[in-house]
Design a protein around this ligand. Structure first.
Ligand SMILES: [Zn+2]
Length: 499
C-alpha cells in the first residue's frame, strides 16, 4: 500500500486511538513484525523499544540532545516520578493548564508516542502494601500510596497517548500465596474497569487515550476470571497488553493475540531480548541500557552478528568498559562501525578522561551511543524477521557473543534516592562517596608546611580562607581519629563538634 493511502486511512481513525497492524507472524508464540500508528505521532515498526525515562527524560539526555541525537519514536513515563507532593499538595504537573500537560511539562517532541504507567521500570519495591483501592509508589521523597481513582483522574488530566492499566503486583516479594494471587487478579480487573469507565466520561472533543491491559505475572488459571471478563466485556475497549512475565505468554487467550504487547519483563541482556522477541513481544523498555551507561559500559554488538572468524574460539564481549586503562591513549571510536554522535565526534581516550573527571558529558555520550546501538539492533531484528532468517541469526548471535553484559567496575554518576531499593535505604552507609575526605595527620602537617603555616602558630588571613578549602584541608568526617593538636589552631567551624 502506498504511503499516501495509509495516511488517508489514519485520518479516518479516531484521532486518539492507536492502530496496530500485524504485518507478519507465523503463530501465536512466534516472532512477529508489526506497525503501531497514531495520528500525529511517528509510526513505530515493531519489534522495537521505547525510551525508559526517569522524571521525564532519558537519563543524561537533555531535551535538546534528545531532539538532535536520539531516534526514539516513543517513551515510557511513570506517574510516580511526578506525584511526590501527593496527597498533601497538588503536584505541580496537575496545575499546568495546557493541552497535553505531561508532554509539555517534560518538553517531549510532538511526534513522540507517550506511554504512561504508574510505576518505574523496574519498580522499586514499596513497603507500602497495595490495598483494594490503592497501590504503593516510590516517589523521589519517599513511599506513598495512590488510589485507582486518582490514577484514572491523573490520566484524564495528563492526556498520554497510551495508558497502562493499574496492576496489583507485589513487587519484590519472592513468593506470593494463592490467595494473594486471587486478589491480584480481582483488583487488577477492578482498576482496569476504573480506567475504562473514566474514558467513557470524556467530553466530546476531549483527547482520549488508548488502554493497555496488564497481564499479571501469574499462571493463567489464577487470573482466569480476570481474563474471561477481559474477553467478555473489555476487549473492544483496550488497544494493547502490558506483559509482566513473558514466559507465561502461552497462557494468553487467542482472542488477545491481535493486540500489541509491551513487555515490562526487564531483560538482563540482548539475548533475553531476542528470546522475548521470539515469543512475540512487540515493544520493550530496556532498563539495562541506562544501567550500562551509568557503569561506563559502551554497548558493542550488532544483530545479526558479523561473520565469525574461523580462527577465534572465544566469544566477543557485549560491551566495552570505558573505565579500563587500556583506553587512556586510544583514539579509536567507541565502537567500530557505529555512526552515532559520540562515535563520529569523539574517541575512547576522551571518554575515559570525562569519566575519570566525573564530567557529566561522559555519561551523555555513552547514553547516546548505547541508544544508537539498540536502535540498530532492532533494525537488524526486523530485517532478519523480514528475511525469515531470525532463528539462524539468533543462534549465530549466541555463538558470537558472551551471554551476559560485562560487570560494572568503575564508579557511576551520583546515585539518587529513587535509584535505591527500600532495604538499601535502611543501611547506614552513604549512597555516594564523599567528595572531600579528611587527610591523615602527616598529610595535614605537610600541607600546612607547603602553605607556610606552622603548627601552634595562628595563621594570618584565617578569616579569608573559604570554608570549602578548609573542609578539604581539615576534614569534617565524624569518627576518624586525628590528633586535635595537628589541626589548625583556634579553628571553629559550625558543625565541627561532630568530629
Ligand atoms: Zn556510537
Amino acid at each position: 500500500m502506498s504511503i499516501g493511502g495509509r495516511e488517508e486511512r489514519l485520518a479516518q481513525l479516531p484521532p486518539d486511538m492507536i492502530e496496530f497492524t500485524l504485518l507478519k507472524t507465523t503463530g501465536a508464540l512466534a516472532p512477529r513484525l508489526g506497525r503501531i500508528s497514531l495520528a500525529g505521532r511517528k509510526t513505530i515498526l515493531t519489534p522495537a523499544f521505547i525510551g525508559n525515562t526517569s522524571r521525564g527524560i532519558i537519563p543524561h539526555v537533555s531535551q535538546d540532545n534528545y531532539r538532535k541525537s536520539v531516534t526514539l519514536n516513543g517513551v515510557y513515563i511513570p506517574l510516580e516520578d511526578f506525584v511526590e507532593k501527593h496527597p498533601q499538595q497538588t503536584p505541580p504537573i496537575f496545575k499546568y493548564d495546557v493541552p497535553e500537560p505531561l508532554r509539555k511539562f517534560i518538553a517531549l517532541p510532538e511526534d513522540t508516542l507517550l506511554v504512561l504507567g504508574a510505576r518505574r521500570n523496574p519498580p522499586i519495591p514499596s513497603p507500602v502494601a497495595n490495598t483494594n483501592t490503592e497501590v504503593g509508589l516510590s516517589t523521589s521523597v519517599g513511599f506513598k500510596s495512590m488510589s485507582s481513582e486518582y490514577y484514572a483522574a491523573a490520566v484524564r488530566k495528563l492526556q498520554p497517548d497510551i495508558v497502562i492499566g493499574l496492576a496489583d503486583i507485589p513487587f519484590g516479594q519472592e513468593s506470593v500465596g494463592t490467595k494473594r494471587k486471587d486478589k491480584m487478579s480481582d483488583r487488577t480487573e477492578l482498576w482496569l474497569r476504573d480506567i475504562i469507565a473514566r474514558k467513557s466520561t470524556l467530553d466530546k472533543g476531549e483527547k482520549g487515550w488508548s488502554i493497555f491491559a496488564p497481564i499479571l505475572p501469574i499462571e493463567r488459571d489464577l487470573q482466569s476470571w480476570y481474563l474471561e471478563h477481559l474477553l467478555e466485556d473489555m476487549v473492544d475497549k483496550i488497544s494493547g497488553l502490558a506483559i509482566y512475565d513473558t514466559y507465561l505468554l502461552d497462557d494468553l487467550p487467542d482472542q488477545l493475540h491481535h493486540l500489541p504487547r509491551l513487555s515490562f519483563h526487564a531483560p538482563a541482556s540482548p539475548h533475553e531480548l531476542l528470546r522475548q522477541v521470539s515469543l512475540g513481544i512487540d515493544l520493550f523498555t530496556i532498563p539495562f541500557l541506562a544501567d550500562a551507561t551509568d557503569a561506563g559500559i559502551v554497548l558493542d554488538f550488532t544483530f545479526p552478528p558479523p561473520p565469525k572468524e574461523a580462527s577465534s574460539s572465544t566469544r566477543r564481549i557485549l560491551g566495552i568498559d570505558m573505565w579500563h586503562e587500556d583506553h587512556a591513549t586510544s583514539v579509536t571510536a567507541l565502537s567500530d562501525g557505529c555512526t552515532c554522535y559520540a562515535c563520529t565526534k569523539h574517541h575512547r581516550a576522551y571518554l575515559q578522561h570525562l569519566l575519570a573527571a566525573k564530567e557529566m558529558l561522559g555519561w551523555v555520550l555513552i547514553q547516546l551511543h548505547n541508544h544508537a546501538i539498540m536502535a540498530a539492533f532492532f533494525d537488524g531484528v526486523r530485517a532478519s524477521l523480514e528475511a525469515r532468517t531470525f532463528d539462524a541469526d539468533v543462534a549465530a548471535f549466541e555463538a558470537y557473543y558472551e551471554p551476559a553484559l560485562p560487570e560494572k567496575t568503575g564508579q557511576g554518576p551520583r546515585i539518587r534516592g529513587y535509584q535505591f531499593k527500600s532495604e538499601e535505604h535502611a543501611k547506614k552507609e552513604k549512597k555516594n562517596p564523599k567528595a572531600y575526605k579528611r587527610f591523615d595527620a602527616d598529610k595535614i602537617i605537610e600541607l600546612k608546611a607547603a602553605h607556610g603555616q606552622q603548627p601552634n602558630k595562628k595563621p594570618e588571613m584565617r578569616d579569608v580562607i573559604d570554608d570549602e578549602a578548609l573542609l578539604g584541608l581539615v576534614g569534617m568526617e565524624p569518627g576518624v581519629d586525628v590528633d586535635p593538636t595537628t589541626q589548625l589552631d583556634g579553628l571553629k567551624i559550625g558543625d565541627d563538634t561532630k568530629a
